[in-house]
Design a protein around this ligand. Sequence first.
Ligand code: HEC
Ligand code: HEC
Ligand code: HEC
Ligand code: HEC
Ligand code: HEC
Ligand code: HEC
Ligand code: HEC
Ligand code: HEC
Ligand code: HEC
Ligand code: HEC
Ligand code: HEC
Ligand code: HEC
Ligand code: HEC
Length: 448
Amino acid sequence: MRFRISIILVILAGVYFSASGQIDTSKGSCASTGCHGNLVSQEVVHDALKKGCDKCHQANGQQHPQKGVKTFSLVKDIPQLCYKCHDENNTMRVVHPPVQKGNCLECHNPHGGPEAYILKINPPGDLCAKCHTLESAKKKFKHEPVAKGECVKCHDPHQSETDRLLVRDIPALCTKCHKPQAEELKMENVHPPFQNNCLNCHNQHSANNEKLLDLNPQNLCLYCHDDMQKKIDKATLVHGAITEKRSCINCHSPHASNQKKFLIKDTKTLCLSCHDRTYVNGTRKISNISQTMQKSKTVHAAIEKVGCAGCHDPHASSNAFLLNKTFPSGSYAPAVKESFALCFSCHKSEIIEKATTTTATGFRNGDKNLHMVHINGEKGRSCVLCHNPHGSPNDHLINEKTQFGGWEMPLRYQSTTTGGSCAPGCHAERKYDRTSVIPASPSEAPKK
Ligand code: HEC
Ligand code: HEC
Ligand code: HEC
Ligand code: HEC
Ligand code: HEC
Ligand code: HEC
Ligand code: HEC
Ligand code: HEC
Ligand code: HEC
Ligand code: HEC
Ligand code: HEC
Ligand code: HEC
Ligand code: HEC
């Protein structure tokens, strides 16, 4: 390089020799005459040139130009030459090795050129690629600024107080461009790994999955939440919402939320955002809960009070219907409180324990407990034969229809202020009254 420079300087020197034998390298003269005009006619010209070639070059007393003789030398070595006019950029905690070594000309032209910042190669990505074969940027999904070669949006090419030459600390680096995430950091509940470091989950350059993730959402979450992994492994039933593609992030924000447990909505709205349709899975039909509730005269107060998660485990369970406590999956179960632990976690089990009562239940004829009439022995009826646990167009959450063997049987329930009546397929119309006992007709007991 040196050799080439001197040749050119030598060739051109003669023309500009002043009378005194010195070269006039002051403002403009070397360039204006045409010899070095190309230097100042480039698209981007280093402003230093306007201050004079002599700010960087000095004649070494030899006639200029001279074949094979070096007639000019730099007034200082690089990088000290550059630091005459520019702040030293090797004083911070982390200095880029080529800068540390003073190799400014690895990246910059001294005079100018076609590229901004008098760079030798642009965009910076291609410049960086001279020395960095970035494995971390070769995966399928690329971060847009990386794909565009905008490395310097995140890295300072010279120096930084932050590791990896970052222009800011994380997360400020990321939230500089990602405003919604800056807002999320201010929410009521912030997921600790989100607060700590975006790179806990995202790759900075590229990734194998969408959203710069290396793991799909389920594996990503379970990587840290191994208790949840154990729960899922142990359970006999895993919620369809988890086995779906978006999995955990169907319900949780990975970042933050104003709802508890980083839920994206309050539980009721959340659950009904999917259970507003009927799911059909083979012979299994999972009913439309939203519709049941809309058609209801009364919605089970449990839903308003504790939400769907008061009875269902949103993740996985070994109880039928993802219930979080024991409840029969069919129509019958032994008439002990343990069979209906779910209901009796809020209601008193005496409704199936006191044959006669004037207080335990309103479902009685005089003092005869009709809950016990229906729920006794090994083959006690399940609550859901009469009640819909979500809501119903009848009073007391009584079903319109009930499952009886293979067919749906209408209950035709009517309530009165002191009792009620029903006329199901399994017995003739029956009435009950708490104040004046309605006499029983012959063959009374309901069929089993
Ligand atoms: C900011 C400092 C600086 C200024 C101002 C400057 N040069 Fe240079 N010039 C250099 C450096 C550094 C080199 C050596 C480049 C290398 O080693 O590759 C150089 C090299 C040269 C060369 C050798 C050929 C080349 O392009 O590499 C010529 C000719 C030259 N300069 C002419 C000039 C002229 C004429 C002026 C004024 C119009 C000028 N320079 C202003 C820094 C400067
Ligand atoms: C005689 C003073 C002087 C010297 C010596 C000097 N520069 Fe500059 N340089 C300037 C001025 C003036 C500017 C324009 C104002 C600014 O950006 O600071 C500039 C701008 C720059 C820019 C920005 C160009 C742009 O298009 O925005 C780069 C890069 C640069 N110089 C690199 C260097 C390098 C590398 C050296 C050493 C080889 C060097 N300078 C030596 C005066 C100098
Ligand atoms: C690894 C490549 C690389 C090296 C080595 C390098 N620079 Fe730069 N420099 C850049 C890039 C890229 C930019 C443009 C930054 C941007 O786009 O914001 C830049 C911009 C500049 C600027 C203008 C913007 C600013 O930060 O003020 C100056 C001046 C500058 N460099 C001087 C130097 C000097 C002096 C050296 C040697 C000590 C040097 N550079 C070494 C890549 C480099
Ligand atoms: C002239 C060669 C060269 C060029 C050009 C170059 N680098 Fe480097 N860079 C190095 C060397 C050498 C290291 C230290 C070894 C390593 O970590 O790979 C390094 C390290 C780094 C590091 C890691 C620093 C750390 O703390 O580990 C980053 C980030 C980096 N360079 C970014 C860039 C960017 C961005 C560009 C383009 C603007 C660039 N480099 C251009 C040579 C270069
Ligand atoms: C969106 C911001 C961003 C962009 C754009 C970006 N990087 Fe990085 N880069 C980072 C972060 C953050 C790290 C730190 C990773 C860590 O701490 O483990 C990093 C790490 C690095 C490293 C060291 C570790 C590694 O992955 O090899 C190098 C080298 C590097 N970047 C070079 C580049 C180059 C070259 C480009 C342009 C092609 C670029 N970066 C673009 C944010 C970015
Ligand atoms: C210079 C601006 C900039 C910076 C800094 C930046 N990003 Fe990005 N990021 C973008 C752009 C542009 C996109 C593509 C458009 C979009 O999805 O918003 C993007 C997309 C993303 C995406 C979504 C990718 C997809 O497939 O939709 C994630 C995740 C992301 N960035 C994370 C980060 C993280 C983490 C950081 C900090 C290490 C960061 N970004 C820093 C500009 C930036
Ligand atoms: C616990 C893991 C985790 C952490 C930590 C994390 N993210 Fe995310 N991020 C995700 C997941 C998962 C998605 C995909 C969300 C989706 O598709 O709805 C995502 C999506 C994004 C998106 C794309 C948003 C969109 O609407 O497409 C951006 C941007 C983003 N994250 C930025 C960040 C920033 C910035 C940080 C740090 C402040 C961060 N993330 C920390 C897991 C995380
Ligand atoms: C890098 C590890 C990490 C990853 C990945 C991660 N989390 Fe977390 N998460 C934590 C930590 C740490 C806590 C706070 C300690 C705790 O409560 O377990 C937490 C807390 C939570 C909580 C609140 C727990 C409670 O009892 O209050 C939920 C909900 C949660 N994470 C969901 C997710 C979801 C969904 C994902 C996937 C998008 C995910 N996490 C990915 C580390 C992680
Ligand atoms: C159908 C919605 C839904 C899905 C899908 C879901 N969660 Fe949850 N998650 C919830 C609800 C609702 C709560 C709050 C439960 C409560 O209030 O008792 C919760 C609570 C949590 C908690 C706090 C501890 C606990 O057991 O209550 C963690 C941790 C958690 N979820 C992680 C995950 C992970 C990991 C995934 C994916 C494998 C996931 N969740 C999928 C709805 C969901
Ligand atoms: C009081 C407890 C309780 C609450 C609160 C509750 N459920 Fe249920 N849920 C049950 C019981 C019991 C079953 C089983 C019904 C049966 O055996 O037919 C069930 C069944 C289901 C089924 C399966 C339906 C089918 O046809 O197989 C879905 C879906 C469901 N519930 C969703 C919800 C949603 C959504 C909410 C909140 C709006 C909710 N549940 C609130 C107790 C409850
Ligand atoms: C992202 C959609 C989605 C959300 C949100 C959702 N579910 Fe589900 N749910 C499903 C799917 C899919 C199935 C399984 C359907 C199938 O088996 O085909 C299911 C099944 C169920 C079942 C029946 C399980 C069985 O096999 O008996 C219950 C109960 C249930 N969900 C309750 C809830 C509750 C409670 C919530 C709120 C915490 C909720 N779901 C939120 C999609 C969702
Ligand atoms: C999380 C608590 C909770 C659970 C679990 C629960 N309930 Fe309830 N239930 C309530 C509350 C609160 C009310 C309203 C106050 C009351 O009548 O006791 C109520 C009311 C009722 C009513 C009376 C409705 C009326 O209008 O008279 C019936 C019937 C009922 N529940 C049946 C059940 C059945 C069947 C189960 C089990 C599948 C069950 N409940 C589980 C909290 C619960
Ligand atoms: C044969 C139908 C039938 C079965 C089976 C049944 N119930 Fe009822 N239940 C009723 C009727 C009818 C009422 C309304 C009583 C009234 O007029 O106030 C009622 C009322 C209730 C009430 C409101 C308070 C009270 O006792 O009056 C609760 C709570 C209740 N049932 C819980 C259950 C639970 C829990 C199960 C299962 C263990 C169950 N029921 C099984 C028919 C039934």
